[in-house]
Design a protein around this ligand. Structure first.
Ligand SMILES: Nc1ncnc2c1ncn2[C@@H]1O[C@H](COP(=O)(O)OP(=O)(O)OP(=O)(O)O)[C@@H](O)[C@H]1O
Length: 463
């Protein structure tokens, strides 16, 4: 690799550092593709040309609010700019019409009050400091001016602040297109009220975030011709199904399992749950409780959120029966059956969990056992029943748990949409896509396809 044209002895540069990611310094000498640098932290280091970038010696110590204004748009330049701004409590920065948010990990209420929304309503894009309100405002204006639906993509690593940013965007859209309080609960209120239910079943503790959304969410805010909100819908994608059966330490399974285990005694008895440590789907990790979170309280709050969303007592009962049944399903173990390559529940304990799961699912115990220990192969002429060995039966058990859980989640989303109220005759919509980081996937085919289809429809703005 050749030396970048503008690097010579005496140049100010950034060099990759194993601890701080990048450190700045001055070039002492260049020998082929190796550069010796005296860093500003007082060390002399040697680095390959590919690990050295020119530093803008005239860059403002306060950074710039739009990174397209940077003299050098490379990784250390971008990170330094974000850091300079963050140190001044400026958590938002533009790159053109993309907004970059750095998680402040503390409440900044002054940034999001009504006064702030009024200011962004009156200003053009780029006139005020970078802000999610400016992004939402630009989307709303484009929709009104060009009569075209818009999409806002919110992406980043787990814990980056996507859900918080999505809430800001929705608040602003509700402010712009909202109906008077006298007209009943606003769409924003309804969407927010449904959050506890979605979070109970779709969020979990991960290494990075105690309340990580394990699904992608596309919130569609629908508008009439006059730009007033006429309905909304929540579409969910890619629920992390594997978490139902596999949890790594120190993460947790979905919140609802722990909530149910911590429910008031009458419910614990009704759903035949108890100590989460007794369930295989939960005890693969040593994390059962979350700091500052009372799972019993969360259970009661989820129940009241379900009441608000319009989920009846009987439906709630069925939901928690399914949740409990999944836990019992996970405790069924298998051993070899009498026939070659067949399996049966391993012992009395497994039989007990099979029986309990069947009771909770309200299905026939033998039918449930067969669905785990046998596979039916449908051919054109006949149905062939094939026995499964213990290993295959265990996989079949986990597959059933995952399918049942994801169907339950889809059912809940559908119920929430009925409660929020969609407008089939809406003129336009603004969609806010909150989807967890690209790094989570080995291949991003379906995610990329989905994003592409959204962005092709409305190639506008990203956060
Ligand atoms: N703008 C903000 N102001 C204050 N706190 C914030 C802000 N953004 C994020 N946080 C804090 O960071 C935490 C994680 O943020 P959030 O849940 O939005 O991340 P996420 O990107 O949606 O994560 P995941 O993909 O895991 O769901 C929040 O619970 C909150 O405490």
């Amino acid at each position: 690799m050749t030396t970048p044209v503008n690097i010579e002895a005496g140049s100010q540069v950034w060099v990759r550092d194993p601890e701080s990611a990048w450190v700045d310094g001055v070039v002492l000498e260049i020998n082929g593709d190796e550069i010796r640098i005296s860093t500003n932290s007082g060390k002399t280091v040697a680095a390959k040309v590919s690990n050295v970038y020119t530093k803008d010696a005239e860059a403002s110590p306060c950074g710039v609010d739009d990174m397209t204004k940077l003299a050098y748009l490379h990784e250390p330049g971008v990170l330094q700019n974000l850091k300079s701004r963050y140190d001044m409590n400026e958590i938002y920065t533009y790159t053109g019409n993309i907004l970059i948010a750095v998680n402040p990990f503390r409440r900044l209420p002054h940034l999001y009050d009504t006064h702030m929304m009024q200011q962004y309503k009156a200003a053009g894009f780029g006139e005020l400091s970078p802000h999610p309100f400016a992004i939402a405002d630009a989307a709303y204006r484009l929709m009104m001016n060009y009569g075209r639906s818009q999409s806002i993509l919110v992406s980043g690593e787990s814990g980056a602040g996507k859900t918080e940013s999505t809430k800001m965007l929705m608040r602003y859209l509700a402010y712009m297109g909202g109906r008077a309080a006298a007209e009943g609960r606003t769409v924003e209120q309804k969407v927010l009220e449904s959050n506890p239910v979605l979070e109970a079943f779709g969020n979990a503790k991960t290494v990075r975030n105690n309340n990580s959304s394990r699904f992608g969410k596309f919130v569609e805010i629908q508008f009439d011709q006059g730009g007033r909100i006429s309905g909304a819908a929540v579409r969910t994608y890619l629920l992390e199904r594997s978490r139902v059966c596999q949890v790594s330490d120190p993460e947790r399974n979905y919140h609802c399992f722990y909530m149910l285990c911590a429910a008031p005694p009458e419910d614990v008895e009704r759903y035949k749950v108890g100590n989460p440590r007794a369930f295989h789907y939960l005890n693969q990790s040593n994390c059962f409780e979350l700091d500052g979170v009372d799972d019993c309280n969360e259970y009661l709050e989820t129940r009241s959120a379900m009441d608000i969303v319009g989920i009846s007592y009987f439906e709630q009962d069925a939901i928690f029966r399914v949740v409990a049944a999944i836990l019992h399903l996970g405790n069924i173990e298998f051993c070899d059956g009498k026939e070659f390559d067949s399996s049966v529940p391993k012992d009395e304990k497994s039989r007990f969990h099979l029986k309990t799961a069947a009771e909770l699912f309200m299905c026939d115990e033998k039918a449930l056992e067969d669905s785990l220990c046998k596979r039916i192969i449908v051919t054109r002429d006949e149905n062939i029943t094939k026995c499964l060995d213990p290993q295959a039966a265990t996989l079949s058990r986990d597959a059933l748990a995952k399918v049942v859980y994801s169907r339950l989640f889809d059912w809940l989303v559908n119920k929430i949409n009925c409660s929020i109220g969609q407008d089939p005759n809406s003129k336009f919509l603004i969609g806010v896509l909150d989807i967890y980081g690209f790094e989570s996937f080995k291949t991003n085919r379906c995610l990329t396809g989905m994003l592409l289809s959204l962005l092709l429809r409305v190639p506008n703005i990203m956060v």
